[in-house]
Design a protein around this ligand. Structure first.
Ligand SMILES: [Zn+2]
Length: 242
């Protein structure tokens, strides 16, 4: 057996179990010999994809596959912010509402209820997407790219947490993507879609938008004002503290 201590950056400390989080400062662990850095950290509830760097007391960096050594004092930092220009997302099957909201805010977000853990891991890597999941078990898989553990139950709080985490508050483009299919939504001349507009709507509205993916037709109906207000609330919550 060996004894190590782990000190977590503030954003990771929130992921620790209640007993460990209550302990201020370093968490001491007694572990079997031949435990990897990854396993030592994940045993405390922090998925490895949330880990940015592990630094030993002498300043050297440890890889996740390195074994821990008796007496190690390790500092663990989170992954921090992704390059906002590359912030493309992938939601697990339970996060449909989060996927729709991210799309509505203009963020490229893939989601399909048919995708299981292996498919999500494959797509995250191949398509360079940040995997969003509420499952710690899923995020502990090896061969996983960037990911974020979603801890809130409320979709508005979930999307605010994602935007805050990756510093995206200024990059939202409300209504730029189709919540149904993730396609880009573009203005379309009224005459081109006249046959699809309900006659009462056509009387008072001249601006229409078409999804380039699934062909869904959009216009600023009465419900949009409420949605616009909701999105503004999310962005305000996400921008708080930046
Ligand atoms: Zn669409």
């Amino acid at each position: 057996m060996l004894t190590i201590s782990l000190r977590f950056a503030a954003d990771l400390a929130a992921l620790l179990g209640p007993a460990d989080a209550r302990r201020a400062g370093a968490v001491r662990r007694v572990l079997p010999a031949a435990t990897s850095v990854k396993d030592a950290i994940e045993a405390l509830g922090v998925p490895h994809c949330e880990i940015g760097a592990v630094v030993a007391a002498d300043g050297s960096t440890r890889a996740l596959d390195d074994p821990v050594a008796d007496g190690d004092r390790l500092s663990v930092a989170g992954i921090g912010r992704a390059d906002p220009g590359r912030a493309r997302f992938l939601c697990d099957r339970h996060l449909a509402a989060l996927a729709r909201l991210l799309r509505t805010l203009g963020f490229d977000t893939a989601w399909d209820p048919a995708w299981g853990p292996a498919e999500l891991a494959r797509r995250g890597l191949n398509e360079d997407r940040i995997l969003l999941s509420g499952s710690r078990a899923l995020l502990k898989r090896r061969l996983l790219g960037a990911a974020m553990l979603i801890r809130d139950d409320d979709p508005d709080a979930q999307v605010a947490a994602v935007i805050r985490r990756f510093g995206l508050a200024g990059r939202a483009r409300p209504f730029a993507r189709c919540p149904l299919c993730n396609g880009e939504v573009r203005p379309v001349p009224k005459a081109d879609v006249a046959a699809r507009i309900p006659p009462r709507t056509a009387l008072w509205l001249d601006e229409y938008f078409l999804c380039t993916g699934c062909g869904q037709l959009y216009w600023e109906g009465t419900h949009v004002a409420a949605l616009r207000e909701r999105l503004a609330g999310i962005l305000a919550a996400a921008g708080h503290g930046q």
